[in-house]
Design a protein around this ligand. Structure first.
Ligand code: GLU
Length: 423
């Protein structure tokens, strides 16, 4: 495994910095001196994670936990297991969490972690050992009042269960609130697994109404069929949209009359990918970006919508289920072409919002019904869309810039009022 400084700087952090530069001219004068606070992470920890493999050999993995900003509360954000994870990427993902929690007005800062590993290549026992050692390495800086991890790409509820158990063993008592996205019988919340996809759907519906795009009969293309993409696909399908194209790491499938999403979910559970789904044709991966569509949902990794792809895209509405899927130069083209983008920091905030509900339930040791959770989620997401939409109208700017204005003002006001220690 190579070390992070041997790898090329990820473009994700550059994308984030460009977004901060874009919003700066819109901020109130007295907050400008504090903007630099957002241009660097508060704290970044790099850890070595050695584990004994099933064959008895020892392998070292590199892991990170970055706390980007803690002005509004404890750090919050997922843990990613992926072969491309590196420090600059985690910094960007942590920064987007800072903005996201502020857009939704959740009482958190932003953080993110990750391990450079392909989890598909580990056995279940190796995955558990990796998770427990990684948790132990980052345990000095996480905790229910300091920084609360959650699932992200390549991690899931079982992994959160191991993290909670490892942290609790170190503390000597059960600490449910140290991570969210846990299994329900370990203090997890109902509705958490589906929350991100649900939020993508709810925000998509609200913005579609505003731009007069009818969901019924609309053509939807989705990149990524994991936790986020598959639930969003299901909800759009149920609302009578046609999910015509889905791409994942195994290939791209297409169906002119729309895919049966329930059947596709069963197929993916059995075959670990969309490839080979009957009743659909496989098309070239590049074709995904040029097919006829009304709604595009990037729900995989960052840096997918390039300038070239933006030129040819036929979508009228883009719902960013993934974090950072659109490059700034691509966004300029999309905006010129009058394509609406519901930005990641709003669109995929359903996950962290129900994470917040989980943390609140853990603190109170009192649990809500799934209906209560979904109702509260929908309400928060809908009012965040309203706030962002009216800010965009008022300032005549994109939805992303509007979301950043709202978030940066909340974060920097908190920073200003707290003052700079030691003063
Ligand atoms: N990983 C998710 C995200 O990017 C969820 C984070 C959380 O629940 O803390 O928003």
């Amino acid at each position: 495994m190579s070390l992070s400084y041997e790898m090329e700087n990820s473009r994700a952090w550059q994308t984030y910095l460009a977004q901060i530069n874009q919003v700066t001219p819109y901020l109130e004068e007295d907050l400008i001196p504090f903007v630099n606070t957002l241009k660097r992470p508060k704290r970044a920890l790099i850890v070595d994670v050695p584990i004994v493999m099933d064959d008895g050999s020892i392998q070292h993995f590199e892991g990170y936990r970055v706390q980007h900003n803690l002005s509004r509360g404890p750090g919050k954000g997922g843990i990613r297991y992926h072969p491309d994870v590196e420090l600059n990427e985690v910094m960007a993902l942590a920064a987007w969490m800072t903005i996201k929690t502020a857009v939704l007005n959740l009482p958190y800062g932003g953080a993110k972690g990750g391990v450079r590993v392909d989890p598909r290549k580990l056995s279940p026992r190796e995955l558990e050992r990796l998770t427990r050692r990684f948790t132990s390495e980052i345990s000095p800086i996480i905790g229910p009042q300091t920084d609360i991890p959650a699932p992200d790409v390549g991690t899931n509820a079982s992994i959160m269960g191991w993290m909670m158990d490892t942290y609790s063993s170190i503390k000597g008592h059960t600490v449910t609130g140290v991570v969210t996205g846990k299994p329900v019988h370990l203090g997890g919340s109902l509705g958490r697994v589906r929350a991100t996809g649900r939020g993508v759907f709810v925000t998509g519906l609200e913005v579609a109404k505003k731009i007069n795009l009818s969901i019924e009969g609309s053509r939807v293309a989705i990149q990524g069929f994991g936790n986020v993409g598959s639930e969003a696909a299901y909800l759009f399908h149920k609302a009578n949209a046609k999910v015509v194209c889905v791409q994942d790491h195994t290939g791209t499938i297409y169906s002119e009359q729309g895919l049966d999403v329930k059947q596709l979910q069963n197929h993916v559970a059995q075959h670990q990918g969309v490839a080979g789904f009957p009743e659909a044709s496989m098309i070239d991966d590049q074709e995904f970006w040029t097919i006829e569509m009304d709604i595009l949902i990037p729900a995989a990794l960052e840096g997918q919508i390039t300038a070239e792809r933006a030129q040819n895209l036929t979508a009228k509405l883009i719902l960013e289920g993934a974090n950072g899927p659109t490059y700034p130069e691509a966004e300029e083209i999309l905006l010129q072409r009058q394509i609406s983008i519901v930005p990641d920091v709003l669109c995929n905030a359903g996950g962290v919002t129900v994470s917040y509900f989980e943390w609140v339930q853990d603190m109170a040791s009192y649990f809500w019904t799934e209906d209560e959770i979904n109702q509260r989620l929908d309400k928060l997401m809908m009012s965040a869309v309203e706030d962002v939409w009216s800010k965009a109208q008022e300032k005549q700017c994109s939805l992303r810039t509007a979301a950043y204005i709202l978030a940066c003002e909340r974060i920097l006001k908190a920073r200003k009022e707290r003052g700079i220690f030691p003063g």
